[in-house]
Design a binder for this molecule. Structure first.
Ligand code: SF4
Length: 349
């Protein structure tokens, strides 16, 4: 173990169960080796809510994840992030003011010849700011992750309502397709345009509206990547994350969240070749873990630059002094409504 690793281990031993370190699957292995728990955003959100002993929770991931941990953790617990600049570009693609304008448009049924006020419920991907989650909670909606988006969409449909999904257009399209919603009943809301670029006819036919937003890491995957693998390695199975464009998802063998990709790899027969389209740190770690049993390749190496901001150095720095600038605090009113949206997700799934 490196000197830095040794110092981290010493602090962890000293603090015992007063300290909880959580790490997202997209973290590099050197960081995950110091985490008490690793997981996807759903698993980590649950863990943050369940832990009662840790006074300090250090979140090795991006800001929105640490915010969710703060919202779900107890008042005696403080959440820290090793690099406060580790944000998520997709989370920044939806702001509360634009969402409020969209809500006015969608709920204006009484004033328009289309739609009924209350027809729509928001579903907000956890990869979003606390303000967006709060607006969702206040509106009666739920958050979701890429593991449970289909269940949350069904929760909305089960109430006789339609889904307004943000901020990842691709997860919205792909979840709709998984549930058998045809493309012509899904519309794209682009916040740069008045009414998102939609009109009465769109609202009349749409069952799902998706916000124009995307993940830089997964939007990089294109049809040509898949065609190249099909040509070069016809025996390989290809699985991608549903934040990938629908044109890619539809020609792959499977798609799934981070946790579902891991399960897929664990279930394949020995000697298989699997090509994975997701963040490269996870792909490389799976390749290492299954070495000699399954050949695992990246569809194209795609790195999340923000996840990569966390490293052993800034993890040690935060553990040494727990500085105030590394604390993650969500405003009380925002946290309250945000918790509503998160708890509806945890109850529905
Ligand atoms: S992988 Fe994509 S969605 Fe996840 S933190 Fe990075 S940019 Fe955001």
């Amino acid at each position: 173990m490196s000197d830095i690793g040794g110092q981290i281990a010493d602090i962890r031993r000293e603090l015992g169960d007063k300290l909880l370190i959580l790490g997202h699957h997209y973290q590099r292995s050197s960081v995950l080796g110091h985490c008490d728990e690793k997981g996807d955003s759903l698993a980590l959100a649950r863990l943050a809510g369940l832990n009662k002993t840790a006074e300090k929770i250090v979140f090795c991931g991006v800001k929105f994840m640490a915010e969710s941990a703060d919202v779900l953790s107890g008042s005696n617990q403080t959440v820290f992030i090793p690099d406060p600049m580790a944000g998520c570009p997709m989370a920044q693609m939806a702001d509360a003011e634009s969402m409020s304008r969209a809500r006015e448009f969608l709920q204006a049924g009484g004033d328009h010849a289309y739609g009924l006020a209350g027809d729509w419920l928001p579903v907000v991907y956890v990869n979003s700011t606390a303000e967006i989650k709060a607006a969702c909670g206040e509106w009666g909606g739920s958050t979701c992750t890429s593991s449970n988006s289909a269940k949350v969409f069904e929760w909305v449909f089960g109430q006789g309502k339609k889904v307004f999904f943000l901020p990842d257009e691709h997860l919205g399209w792909n979840t709709g397709a998984d549930l058998g919603v045809p493309d012509d009943e899904i519309r794209l809301y682009d916040p740069r345009f008045e009414n998102g670029g939609l009109d009465a006819d769109d609202l009349a036919v749409a069952r799902i509206i998706v916000w124009k937003g995307f993940c830089l890491v997964h939007q990089r995957f294109v049809v040509e990547h898949v065609e190249h693998v099909r040509h070069e390695r016809p025996e390989a199975k290809i699985i991608v994350h549903p934040e990938s464009p629908k044109e890619v998802v539809r020609i792959c063998d499977a798609h799934g969240s981070t946790a579902q990709i891991i399960e897929y790899v664990e279930a394949v027969a020995d000697g298989s070749t699997i090509v994975i389209g997701t963040e490269v740190n996870l792909v490389e770690r799976l390749a290492e873990e299954h070495k000699g049993r399954v050949e695992i390749l990246a569809l194209s190496p795609s790195v999340c630059a923000n996840m990569a901001k966390i490293n052993e150095n800034n993890l040690l720095d935060v553990l040494k002094t727990f500085p105030a600038e590394s604390e993650v605090h969500v405003d009380v009113a925002v946290a309250e409504n945000s918790r509503l949206a998160l708890e509806r997700m945890l109850a529905a799934t």
